[in-house]
Write a protein of this length. Structure first.
Length: 181
């Protein structure tokens, strides 16, 4: 797919990639319009996901994992933006979006980032119109920030894949149905 993220994050390992089909109630719906309509994604998540996130953030506060490193600003993915990217983005780089900061948002593609003491990660979302449905893509890229990063990613891997991401995508589908149902 011709997404900006492929070249933009060249060299940053892709950890997870997911896609879900969404009903196509009308033509020419964009990711930007959906995000503006639905507000902050992903909408409702499962109780198990909420519990896992509460545990993770409590441990993160206790161990200082969620503080941004002093060097975070100089290593932000947003520093890779070209002048053309900056002209095309619909939301300014650095805008807070939950625990993330938006790197860019184009009509049908968004990249957000988070930097803390465990990871430097980017979440990519895209929306593509098909014949009968829209396809929503979600991908996570992770760059090591310390020797802890691979251990941390391995430890949370089963929970991410079995509980968190499926719940997030169900939340996206619910937000879509609420916005365009």
């Amino acid at each position: 797919m011709p997404l900006r993220v492929h070249a933009f994050l060249d060299g940053v390992p892709l950890h997870d990639a997911w896609a879900i089909d969404l009903p196509r109630p009308r033509s020419r719906t964009t990711l930007n319009a959906f995000l503006n309509e639905a507000g902050c994604l992903p909408g409702d998540v499962s109780p198990a996901t909420r519990a896992l996130l509460r545990i993770r953030f409590a441990v993160g506060r206790l161990l200082g994992w969620d503080r941004e490193p002093a060097s975070a600003d100089s290593h932000r993915f947003a520093n890779r933006l070209t002048d053309e990217d900056r002209r095309q983005t619909l939301v300014p780089a650095g805008t807070k979006d939950g625990i993330f900061r938006i790197v860019y948002r184009f009509e049908n593609e968004q990249l957000s980032e988070i930097a803390n003491r465990t990871v430097r990660a980017a979440a990519s979302t895209a929306l593509v119109q098909g014949e009968e449905t829209y396809r929503f893509y979600f991908a996570v890229y992770v760059q090591n920030v310390s020797r802890m990063t691979p251990l941390y990613m391995a430890a949370i891997g089963p929970f991410r894949r079995a509980i968190v991401y499926p719940s997030l995508l169900r939340g996206v589908a619910a937000a879509w149905n609420e916005a365009y149902g």
